[in-house]
Write a protein that binds this ligand. Structure first.
Ligand code: MSP
Length: 508
């Protein structure tokens, strides 16, 4: 399979982007870049979720027409993408015409397949979560109930269309039993399966109490429940309802990266909707954890929302990208602490990676007229290190395929640490006086290992890695994971080295 489709959730436009949004988008960018280096044909999608009561209320309090408001707010998310160093193939807005067409076609298909009926809904609803809850899921606080997320809930009663979710329980269990890797991490898979085993009730999928949504076909009194509208974005972008379009044939189904809070929508409702519309369920849904700020839950009321523009301007883009994915296993919760950023960046990027490049390249410039002779007459110790790099690359690749970014990075840094030890032991500065041929072997191998490690780091810190390739005078566009183990056959003239990762000063 040579195609790779990856999506972020589409972000609500009722507020400004924060570090949580940046996190998912960067994660997808890392996987997209990695798969491109595996010669895959990649489609990476992000966008904004612009309908629903929550957005409508935000527009009202801003005193603006909803469409004007969402266009303005959506720009904040669109502009953030390049600022995060991410390269997407499409940015979808759910108020676009193409999306209305796709969502209504999807609805009609469900209706044609006898999956929808009109009835009445009565129950607990949270505007903030855009979700319905069963009473036994709610938490009693004083005299009222609140949702498990802490959001307020209200009792609503209205006419509503329902999706026959209850009919999909067995089919979902069958699907997940035969595709155990389609929800990750494993603990989330278990959680979803036990939810499904607990029984599924039909799902209310339309609202009559507000207007800001895609109208239900043939009944303008109703707008679609925001989640059915939102989830369809993954289809719209690749050409749905044209199922014969090149993009749709190539890319459906794909991988959805989501936060743990929206896993149920993606791994229970969405595959059921899809199967009910004769489409394949997602290849995989990966649920990542949540960030806290210096140990505290991030919330507007606490005033501790982390602004991606602020932290990136302060620490640097690759420093933040690196910290977010090296510090915490993807899937776990993490704590955003300024001290940890400094420690991580200084130890790994400045001391380990940056220092290796700096000392080797300065040495080559000073002592070899900037030329690496590329002599690979390796002795057994060199061979062992070369083999070690092959093992590390293989491990790295399989971790990245499984979205285990921090383990993939750990492999990379083990290689860099070994390379640093090798340089110390071989001491090219001594060989320079005693054995030039051997010095050339050591330098050739070291530069080769820097090249390999840089490719491994590229998906996470692309900008800095391009600078390293520039210093090494290597043509990045011709290097990928299929040819990474090829040894160069000609000499190489490197460029002037300049420090790439200045140390971060830790404030007291
Ligand atoms: N619009 C829906 C998604 C629809 S997808 C068809 C939505 N939007 S959101 O803007 O509220 O959240 C988007 C993502 O940001 C979610 O995956 C959520 O988990 C993530 N995060 C929000 N706060 C976060 C942290 N503090 N940490 C990490 N991710 C967080 O839900």
């Amino acid at each position: 399979m040579n195609n790779f489709y990856i999506t972020t959730p589409i972000y609500y436009v009722n507020d400004k982007p924060h570090i949580g949004h940046a996190y998912t988008t960067i994660a997808c960018d890392i996987f997209a870049r990695f798969q491109k280096l595996q010669n895959k044909n990649v489609f990476f999608l992000t966008g904004t979720d612009e309908h629903g009561q929550k957005v409508e209320k935000a527009a009202v309090s801003a005193g603006e027409e909803p469409q004007i408001f969402v266009n303005k707010m959506s720009k904040n998310f669109k502009n953030l993408v390049p600022f995060l160093g991410c390269e997407v193939n499409d940015f979808i807005c759910t108020t676009e015409k193409r999306h209305k067409i796709a969502a209504q076609y999807f609805w009609n298909t469900l209706e044609k397949n006898n999956q929808i009926y009109l009835s009445h809904y009565e129950g607990w609803y949270s505007v903030r979560d855009e979700a319905f809850y069963m009473e036994n899921e709610l938490i009693k606080k004083n005299d009222t109930y609140i949702a498990p997320s802490g959001a307020p809930v209200e009792w609503v009663k209205e006419e509503s269309y329902f999706f026959k979710l209850s009919e999909w329980q067995d089919k979902l269990i069958d699907f997940y039993t035969s595709n155990p890797d389609s929800i990750k991490p494993k603990s989330r898979y278990n959680e979803v399966l036990s939810f499904i085993h607990g029984g599924l009730r039909d799902l209310s999928i339309s609202r009559t109490t507000f207007k800001w949504g895609i109208p239900v076909p043939n009944n303008n009194k109703h707008v679609m429940y925001v989640w059915i509208d939102a989830l369809c974005n993954y289809l719209t972008s690749i050409g749905y309802p044209e199922q014969q379009s090149e993009n749709f044939k190539n890319f459906w189904p794909g991988i959805h990266i989501v936060g743990k809070d929206i896993l149920r929508f993606h791994s229970v409702y969405w595959p059921a909707f899809l199967m009910a519309a004769n489409l394949k369920p997602p290849t995989k849904v990966f649920a990542h954890g949540w960030w806290t700020n210096e140990g505290e839950k991030i919330s507007k009321s606490l005033g501790n929302v982390i602004d991606p523009y602020e932290v990136i301007s302060h620490y640097g883009l690759d420093q933040i990208r690196f910290f977010l994915f090296r510090e915490v296993p993807f899937g776990n919760d993490g704590d955003f602490s300024r001290e940890s950023i400094a420690k991580r960046v200084n130890a790994d990027l400045s001391n380990n990676f940056g220092n290796l490049i700096q000392r080797i390249c300065s040495f080559i410039k000073k002592n070899c007229n900037s030329i690496v002779e590329n002599n690979f007459s390796l002795n057994s110790e060199d061979d062992r290190l070369l083999q070690f790099s092959i093992d590390k690359i293989n491990n790295y690749r399989s971790y990245m395929e499984r979205q285990e970014i921090n383990k993939a990075l750990k492999e990379t840094f083990e290689l860099l640490t070994e390379t640093n030890v090798y340089v110390d032991q071989q001491a090219p500065w001594v060989l320079n006086k005693s054995n030039i041929a051997r010095m050339n072997v050591v330098l050739s191998l070291t530069v080769e290992l820097i090249k390999r490690s840089t490719l491994m780091l590229y998906p996470v810190i692309p900008g800095s890695c391009l600078k390293v390739f520039e210093i090494l005078n290597l043509n990045f566009s011709s290097i990928n994971f299929d040819n990474i183990e090829n040894l160069p056959s000609t000499s190489l003239t490197i460029n002037e080295p300049s420090p790439i990762f200045p140390r971060i000063v830790i404030d007291d």
